[in-house]
Write a protein that binds this ligand. Structure first.
Ligand code: SF4
Length: 697
């Protein structure tokens, strides 16, 4: 396809109820949809969305937080907060991936600063012996060990105030950075205050990230440190940012601060022009001899709350469980991972304090289905992982527009990050809606739509879980059967590549079609297309059957306009006895809007008619002329007649209620096939000429 040619917007160019998304604004058509069961209350309410609800449905980071908004999120009841954070985490990250970092002290003790928690300050009598900076070779040997044990980021810390007058040290540190990079690891340094020039030198040496914690809120900060101001810290962070380095900046819990200081800490980092690439959450490890040596351990719920709130307000940032992890139980750590933490320090030691070891972490990872994040998945932009950044570059803003709503969908996450060893795939973008997921133009050949897995169910504006229509799987089967049936006709279609189930999701794969939707054409262009379309409609009408539906299938998937104001969207089956049916049955698309007609923009020839989920043999009056005007397939006034016909000749067999879902989804789809149960045996799990590949999502 020439680069200038617009991509096909096959299924999303116009909304209809089967493609309802959970948007940041509440469209009327979402409230009207006939399917989708909401657990514990309605999806929509008349009151405006709260800050919490907006954060839950956000599709991108925001930077204009107020303290009041962050407080609202931070104060959310903890279980609700943690669940919401988990949902946001799944949207922006692979929840199975944890970044493993190893931190080494390259220069210990003797620091002129007076950070009241730190054993390395020369102001405190902790018995720690100051040392000179260790050799480059020693550091790289430690990096090698870390790599062999699974760490992908190697962090180097020096106990001093700043880098002024440390030319030789800087030269050696750059050697270390280069050596770490040559090992294929990400590098991070924490060297106190640096200016822009030093930051640039480090960047040029190959440094990935610069760590400089703000520690706590601006207000509480003077109670912790007196030798360096908050603004000096922010300046160093700004320098690192300007030099193009990723920034790692976080805080310490348990310094004697209050909840408002956790809010203040989050406010500082969440309102930075670029959210930190990583946000370490430390809890104080009290060290004898420091002013805070006798403090009690910060309670776990504060750690969890801070992590969860951070995940909601900085959705793309990596959140690191840092100092103090050793006192957390395995289950507490896992709870943190579920609420959005996705990085740990691991290894023999963490600066001067104990650290959870690789062996222990590997055991926990294996047990809980976690795996180390690969190197260089992190980057500067908003903490986004590298594949996500690439996806963002590729992303197209898909505008859903109607008289009710216009908003972008930009939930893009490439397939590649979903598996540690994925096949190579490229595609234009993906989109997740309330009941399905689309992958557009995979490797320039393939289009996929699939049902959502349980872990992908979305939350409504009030935070309630939206259970997607369980009948989509039947509609996908119906479409597959239709495409198989029509392939021998002259109707232009996107050829079926396969339908199958993988890990609880039913996939429909078809050929990708380049072109534009008819709805995007000018009126005179549409007239030309309409003429050709009418020819195809005549061909469809010439096809005949004596049985409703698609030959070889057992189900009828009525269009959603059957159900509005009547009942939940459901699947039907033709009655055993249809003697007496006098209707002439012709092939109907049943959702033939302009958005489902893909046209070559140069020749105006129809390249494909798509989206055959509701198709089959029905009385010719089923085929409403949705192609006459742009917009969704709304009611046309004959719905009572449609329902009457349906009830007369068909029985309802599957609704969208959760109980039905539970019953139906207990058995894998292929088992059902073997048992010749009510699932269509003709189309389930078929891959046409060869078995379909198993996508990694
Ligand atoms: S600047 Fe770093 S090393 Fe120095 S006292 Fe503060 S925390 Fe410790």
């Amino acid at each position: 396809m020439p680069p200038s040619m617009p991509r096909v917007r096959i299924p999303l160019s116009l909304p209809h109820t089967s493609r309802a998304v959970v948007p940041s604004a509440r469209p009327q058509w979402l409230a009207q949809r006939a399917y989708g069961t909401v657990v514990d209350g309605p999806v929509t309410q008349s009151k405006p969305a709260t800050t919490f609800e907006k954060a839950l449905t956000a599709t991108a980071p925001r930077h204009n937080w107020t303290k009041e908004e962050i407080k609202e999120i931070y104060d959310t009841p903890l279980m609700r907060l943690a669940h919401a954070a988990g949902a946001v985490h799944q949207k922006f990250h692979d929840p199975a991936e944890i970044q493993m970092c190893t931190l080494i002290n390259i220069k210990t003790g003797g620091c002129s600063e007076d950070c009241s928690y730190c054993s390395q300050s020369s102001k405190h009598d902790t018995g720690l012996k100051a040392t000179k900076m260790i050799q480059v070779g020693t550091v790289l040997a430690a990096a090698r060990v870390a790599k062999e044990n699974g760490s992908t980021r190697f962090c180097m810390g020096a106990a001093w105030r700043d880098m002024r007058g440390r030319k030789t040290n800087l030269k050696n540190i750059k050697e270390m950075v280069k050596g770490v990079k040559d090992l294929g690891m990400e590098s991070c340094v924490t060297l106190g205050m640096i200016d822009l020039e030093q930051a640039k030198e480090l960047k040029d040496a190959g440094l990935t990230a610069y760590n400089h914690n703000v520690d706590t809120s601006r207000e509480f900060y003077p109670s912790v440190i007196s030798t360096r101001t908050y603004d000096e810290r922010l300046q160093t962070i700004a320098n690192a940012n300007e030099a193009g380095l990723s920034v790692c900046t976080g805080g310490i819990l348990g310094l004697g601060e209050e909840a408002k200081d956790h809010v203040g800490l989050l406010f500082t980092v969440a309102t930075m022009p670029t959210h930190p690439e990583s946000f370490p959450v430390n809890t104080l490890v009290p060290i004898k001899g420091t002013p805070l040596g006798d403090r009690e351990q910060s309670p776990f719920d504060i750690t969890l709350r801070t992590i969860a709130a951070a995940r909601l307000i900085m959705p793309k940032t990596i959140i690191r469980l840092a100092a103090g992890r050793t006192i957390l139980s395995e289950e507490q750590q896992v709870l943190c991972f579920m609420a959005g933490a996705n990085a740990v320090f691991t290894g023999e030691k963490m600066l001067t304090t104990a650290c959870n070891g690789w062996e222990e972490d590997n055991r926990i990872f294996a047990k809980w289905g976690l795996r180390p994040m690969q190197s260089f998945q992190t980057g500067k932009e908003e903490g986004a992982s590298a594949p996500m950044r690439e996806g963002a570059e590729k992303k197209s803003q898909i505008e859903l527009s109607s008289s009710h709503v216009s908003f972008p969908l930009n939930l893009f996450k490439p397939l590649a990050i979903m598996d540690s060893n994925p096949p190579e795939v490229n595609y234009d973008y993906e989109a997740t809606l309330a009941d399905r997921k689309y992958f557009f133009n995979i490797n320039d050949t393939t289009f996929i739509k699939r049902t959502l897995r349980r872990s992908e169910w979305m939350y409504g504006l009030t935070g309630n879980l939206v259970v997607p229509s369980t009948t989509l799987r039947y509609r996908l089967e119906n479409e597959a059967a239709c495409l198989k049936y029509l392939v021998s006709t002259s109707i232009p279609i996107a050829n079926l590549l396969g339908i199958f189930q993988d890990d609880g999701a039913v996939y429909l794969m078809t050929k990708h079609i380049d072109g534009v939707s008819m709805c995007h054409l000018e009126p005179e262009q549409k007239s030309i297309v309409k003429k050709e379309l009418e020819g195809y409609l005549n061909i469809l009408k010439s096809l005949r059957s004596t049985t409703p539906g698609i030959p070889g299938t057992k189900f009828i998937c009525p269009h959603y306009r059957f159900f509005r104001g009547w009942r939940e969207m459901s699947v039907w089956k033709v009655k055993d006895n249809i003697e007496g049916m006098t209707d002439e049955l012709v092939f109907c698309h049943n959702d033939l809007g302009q958005h489902n007609v893909i046209v070559d923009p140069n020749t105006l020839k129809i390249k494909a008619i798509v989206d055959w989920e509701f198709s089959g043999f029905f009385p010719s009056w089923f085929e409403a002329a949705f192609w006459e005007k742009p917009g969704p397939a709304n009611d046309v006034g004959d719905e009572d007649r449609l329902r009457e016909w349906l009830v007369k000749w068909c029985d309802e067999v599957e609704t969208t209620w959760p109980s039905a879902w539970l019953t139906q989804m207990k058995k894998p789809i292929d088992e059902e096939k073997e048992e010749e149960s009510s699932v269509s045996t003709d189309v389930v799990m078929t891959g046409l000429t060869s078995p379909p590949p198993t996508p990694t999502t």
